[in-house]
Design a protein around this ligand. Sequence first.
Ligand code: ZN
Length: 617
Amino acid sequence: MLWAMLFCAAHAFAQPAPIAYRVSFPAPEHHYAEIEVTFPGVSSQTLEARMSRSSPGRYAVHEYAKNVFEVQAFDGKGKTLTVTRPNAYQWNVTGHDGTVRIVYKIYGDHVDGTYLAIDPTHAHLNMPATMMWARGMEGRAVRVTFVAPKALAWVPATQLFPTSDPWTFTAPNLQYLMDSPTELSAQTIKTFTVAGPDGTERTIRVALHHDAGDAEVNEYVAGTQKIVKEHAAVFGELPDFEPGTYTFLGDYVPWGGGDGMEHRNSTVVASATSLKGPGTVLDVLDTVAHEFFHAWNVERIRPKTLEPFNFEEANMSGELWLAEGFTQYYGELIQARAGLANRDQVAASLARSANAVVNGSGRQFRSAVAMSQLAPFTDAARSIDKTNHSITFISYYTYGSAIALALDLTLRERSAGKLTLDDYMRAMWRVHGKPGGPEPGLVAKPYTLKDARDRLAEVSNDRAFADQFFDKYVEGREAVDYAPLLLQAGYLFRKRNTGAWIGQVSTDGSGAISSLVAWGTPAFEAGLDQGDVIIDVEGKPMSGGVLQAALKVKKPGDRLTVTIKRRGGATATVALTTKEDPGFDTVPVESAGGTLTPAQKAFREAWLGSRVPPTSK
Ligand SMILES: [Zn+2]
């Protein structure tokens, strides 16, 4: 194979010219961009240019090709080339001279972490929704020049690598380009440095497209700073942000959309709101707390199922309970640790996830892994037919957050507080995140489900414990007993209602059941379901409150008689056998008339209190 080696060595010195994009906005009021992309050094006869069908971090298929119009192709001398359409996502270009230049327009008016939005106030670009790319050239370096409308005072913010021209940026490869949302607007950009617990300083930028004042911006930046420090304390260090900075791309305009989307060195955090008004900044910081945890978890500690991201298909991962669910858990926890949220409210919110998993009828059918694998159909997916996901699916955010809660509190219990979930996340970081990748945008040591299990065995120093935990609660469908775990922190996880219960039965003004009835509830067992019209309850004509009033005088186990009219007109009288409501709520011991013991107080402080040393605040 000597010849091949010589061939490679020769080419190592002759890097092909980068793929060059020029992105302009001739009339932002009409919500379109004009994009010119030049592919040099095309070696195949046919250049296969594609629009993506998926976007990193959003798991449904999105057909970005639908908004492309007026596509033209030219060779290196400006000669017009023939373009054909082999499928809905692709433009084939032949007859070129080694260079293909494609010019197209693309429409977009949807602010979030997935799509393209252009108007006179900004261009908010998510790259899969914007940039055409070519098959076989995914490893090529990329150069992007943005051309802002002359009359508008826009500035760029992006995780793309800067150059000496403030409007030109680079990416080492397609994966990094697609991962790099860009905001062009008259935005406010604030920069601060944070030293991680290891002493290494990192630069963080907060880029805000907003209509609020300095006070709100300062409050936002101060809150973000606290959040960044608490996250760094979990992992013991901040990642190496390759362009030299990490950027929060905040879009807080009433015509925007609510979203958060993680990327390697940036995140889109958006809300269809102004930052003006009391409490607003605090409200939107929850997304900041969630997304920054992703700078480690999923961006660098990455499941193998998402590495590399496939832009031609839906990306299915069985690990989103960890990638998203653990992030959900830490997003909430960090708000408590940073003093940005009430500790009891955070504990209660985390316990609500636990209740949703313990009592969610979806758990009868799918494990946390299987829930994760459903993401392509639930994460911003669109369909016109109905699904029964409301009763067979539990979000992997919720499911994973409940698993994280169980694991954190169990590790603390087993080790008398010496081990926590932070240690598990550090182990995942050490083995899978920190080693980095061959170039920015690529992850060298992505993890499998088995790796996640093995790291738990190492951290707990107990293989049997790790196996049992994964077998039962991650890959299996068993529910954790949360009450004793939460009691360690002085929280009562208790039955919320001891009266008679038939399951959630919502009705509209006509008495029609308006949502699916959960599997296994008394109402389900008796054959009630969506669309059935309740005519009477225990002989009383149906009206608002009749069902609740009838239940109020029953005890669990009593029967409740209901007459319904089914689809097609048939009526039936059915007897439901009531049960006790299995739902839990959570209250601090001290609000339920008890006393918080010193041990509970210390446990609560270690769990929900700040992990940043006072000297670093
Ligand atoms: Zn997330």
